[in-house]
Design a protein around this ligand. Structure first.
Ligand SMILES: C[S@@+](CC[C@H](N)C(=O)[O-])C[C@H]1O[C@@H](n2cnc3c(N)ncnc32)[C@H](O)[C@@H]1O
Length: 198
């Protein structure tokens, strides 16, 4: 099955079970873990008065978080699942969301944030993530923040259908390619975030 179909199918199933107020609908285990991920993404720098592209925005909760914690944000959420975008528009009517792919976005954003979009196990996660890191980097004026699941996750936190990336491999790739990079692996036992600066 093609990666996109596989990912859409996974979220068809969460959407059929949960409402947009439940973090399970986007595949997160709890509200706390969703929020701490947003906080670490936003720690990339001073994001006030910046434009932010949220790739794989789900039901738009990053918008809700930024609305409360930052000011002057020009937010744009995109997701390739049409139902997610429908729910996002309903939940946060003031925000801008679209059911499109990154290839359809033509202007660059100060920051590109990606929370959880690359978590599912697919045929070749290693190349998939490398391609996406390059694509998101091309779209950013100031930086990119991406979180991924970590191979150092405790066994009881691992699920067979998710991909646990090697943080050192991802760090090595990003440093060699882009130079200015930060890795955070201290906020959840099963997760890490990479900040890439332009
Ligand atoms: C784990 S959910 C996280 C949603 C949201 N970022 C959050 O943290 O609440 C991942 C979302 O990414 C979307 N997604 C995955 N790959 C994508 C891609 N290449 N382009 C657009 N959306 C994508 C999925 O449809 C899903 O809604």
């Amino acid at each position: 099955m093609h990666e996109k179909e596989q990912i859409l199918k996974f979220f068809d199933s969460t959407i059929s079970q949960y409402t947009s107020d439940d973090p399970f609908v986007v595949g997160w285990g709890s509200l706390d873990s969703q929020i701490v991920r947003f906080k670490v993404l936003a720690d990339i720098g001073d994001i006030n008065n910046c434009s932010i592209l949220d790739l794989g925005c789900g039901v738009g909760d990053l918008y809700g978080y930024l609305e409360q914690t930052a000011s002057g944000i020009d937010y744009y959420g995109i997701d390739f699942h049409p139902e997610m975008i429908k729910m996002a528009k309903k939940k946060y009517p003031a925000a801008r969301f679209e059911n499109i792919s990154l290839e359809d976005v033509h202007e660059k954003y100060d920051y590109v944030f990606v929370s959880g979009a690359f978590n599912l196990l697919i045929e070749d996660n290693e190349n998939y993530i490398k391609n996406w890191i390059i694509k998101t980097h091309n779209m950013a004026k100031k930086g990119v923040a991406i979180n991924l699941l970590s191979k150092y996750a405790p066994l009881d936190k691992k699920y067979y259908n998710l991909c646990y990336y090697d943080p050192l491999y991802v760090l090595d790739f990003c440093i060699k390619k882009f130079g200015k990079v930060n890795l955070k692996h201290d906020y959840l036992p099963h997760d890490f975030t990479i900040h890439i600066y332009k």
